[in-house]
Design a protein around this ligand. Structure first.
Ligand code: NAD
Length: 499
């Protein structure tokens, strides 16, 4: 069986802790590799080496750092198919989805080519007599990123692009469920010209995460994952004096107004609810049709579309709609929540509980589920299911619908489908959620805007990528300088020659 490694000082390095986690092929349920779980001392040693490498990298001019990003863009494009295949094999998502995962990360690397522009600072000429003032953005030193299983290329790249191009050294702790793609990305960064030691990939679990949070050299931590872990990391990281941003779970509502194009809304819901087996933080998991007529028209269109979905392994070709979920435990949790929905009185309109795939009986496939008549007290409404399960909550009015989304504890993404500009505008303005779609079901902002949720979906005050990332990975120093000797009355310059 393949034994994966850490990536330390520009090389693959075997783990020495003696602890490993199994990495599964979710389509077959087979263990295909084992990944080392770093000890505190392995993590601390990687950080110490990173700190030494950072001094020269931080002093490299930002245009040269941007050129490493430029080379990286070419290398990721060159290896796109290889990366996507490795990603699908460990995560389970379809190949087109895996390419999308790499592509959305790549776009942030493209944005970071422009590091010199982002870091050029501010200058005020003559802030007072003979006084100039300027602000510069300096790297923090060593920073860390802790990332989830569901986007093993995109989210590491969202962190590495800005973190590295700002001049920091980076400790990446990827998800232990699909660690191969982050290791492949580290190899590509070396090929792109990144000096050894500036990027260390340390595989691990809670032990290495706690070591990151307690290590005094690490200045900032960016986390993406579930909300309970986000809250834990935010609390412990901040207490230890670090800059911390944590992005958590979600329960994204899509409101369907009576005037919406129902076919378009149904198509959007099927893609956003079931794509990637619902394992996206921006998946729509709650449909809120306004009025019973709208709800009936929507359900009538959703059912045949959902029943046509093709579920299978990524190897079965590009017409597969979604693959398995990531682990046996994830599958059990989804089916447990589905059962709770039935027990608590929701109507299961499409029942995927008996789904089986011939030849893949040990894989973690879950059939699609659609619930109607879901109410806010049910577990399937309150909990992030992270599977192919869409809940329909019928609202009597627009006010009730927007109120549902506003009252939910999560605030990552939301959407409204309507032809009414007033309603769309009011929704975008009032909603207390970070990312909003108008007739767009998954409104993921592009690389040059920023990505982040509100309420229990985001902790910390700066978002991911876009200009916010350049603020997160640098600190501002402001210099006030005065050279009074050159000023003469009347403003004429007086130069006193030295003898
Ligand atoms: P997770 O919270 O289980 O794991 C995320 C990271 O935290 C991993 O690297 C893991 O090793 C580490 N971790 C796990 N348990 C830990 C513990 N007890 N102590 C310290 N570290 C621990 O999340 P996941 O299952 O990998 O990812 C799915 C979750 O991520 C979902 O909730 C999803 O909504 C969320 N997510 C959010 C965003 C966003 O931008 N808001 C994006 C993608 C995923």
């Amino acid at each position: 069986m393949q034994e994966l490694t850490h990536w330390i000082n520009g090389k693959h390095v075997k783990g020495t802790s003696g602890r490993f986690a199994d990495v599964y092929n979710p389509a077959t349920g087979e263990v295909q590799a084992k990944v080392p779980l770093a000890s505190r001392s392995e993590l601390d040693a990687a950080v110490a080496d990173a700190a030494r490498a950072q001094a020269a990298w931080g002093a490299t001019n930002p245009q040269r750092r941007g050129r490493v990003m430029m080379a990286m863009v070419g290398l990721i494009n060159r290896d796109m198919d290889k990366l996507a295949e490795a990603l699908s094999r460990e995560h389970g998502k379809t190949l087109p989805d895996a390419r999308g995962d790499v592509q959305r990360g790549l776009e942030v690397i493209e944005y970071c080519i422009n590091a010199a522009q982002m870091l050029k600072g501010e200058f005020t000429d003559s802030a007072g007599p003979g006084i100039d003032m300027y602000s510069m953005r300096q790297p923090l030193g060593v920073v860390a990123g802790i990332t989830p299983f569901n986007f093993p290329a995109m989210i590491p790249l969202w962190k590495l692009g800005p973190g590295l191009s700002c001049g920091n050294a980076f400790i990446l702790k990827p998800s232990e469920r699909d660690p191969s793609v982050p290791l492949m990305l580290a190899e590509l960064f070396k090929e792109a010209g990144l000096p050894d030691g500036v990027l260390q990939v340390v595989n691990g679990d809670k032990e290495s995460v706690d070591a990151i949070l307690d290590n005094e050299t690490i200045q900032a931590v960016g986390f993406v994952g579930s909300t309970p872990i986000a809250q834990y990391i935010y609390g412990r990281g901040c207490t230890n004096g670090k800059r911390v941003q944590c992005f958590g779970g979600a329960k994204n509502h899509m409101i369907i107004m009576p005037d919406a194009d129902m076919d378009q809304a149904a198509d959007a819901l099927v893609g956003a609810g079931y794509g990637a087996a619902g394992e996206r933080c921006m998946a729509i998991s709650v449909a809120v049709p306004v009025g019973d007529k709208t709800a009936d028209a929507l359900i009538e269109r959703l059912v045949p579309r959902i029943e046509k979905l093709k579920v299978g392994p990524y190897t079965a070709g590009n017409d597969i709609d979604y693959g398995p979920v990531v682990t046996a435990a994830a599958k059990q949790n989804i089916l447990r929540l589905v059962q709770s929905g039935v027990d608590q009185g929701a109507k299961l309109v499409v029942d995927g509980r008996d789904f089986k795939l011939q030849g893949y009986e040990n894989g973690y496939f879950v059939g699609p589920h659609l619930f109607d008549n879901v109410t806010t007290d049910m577990d399937i409404y309150k909990t992030e299911i992270f599977g192919p399960v869409l809940s329909t909550v019928r609202a009597k009015s627009y006010e009730e619908a927007i109120g549902l989304a506003m009252d939910h504890e999560y605030g990552n993404g939301t959407a409204i489908f309507t032809r009414d500009g007033d309603a769309a505008r009011d929704f975008a303005s009032r909603i207390n959620i970070g990312m909003v779609g108008i007739n767009v079901p998954i409104p993921v902002p592009l690389a040059y805007h920023t990505f982040g949720g509100w309420k229990k979906s985001g902790f910390g005050d700066l978002n991911q990528h876009g200009p916010d990332a350049f603020r997160f990975y640098t600190r501002t120093k402001t210099v006030t300088s005065r050279w009074p000797s050159g000023l003469k009355e009347g403003g004429e310059f007086h130069f006193k020659a030295m003898d």
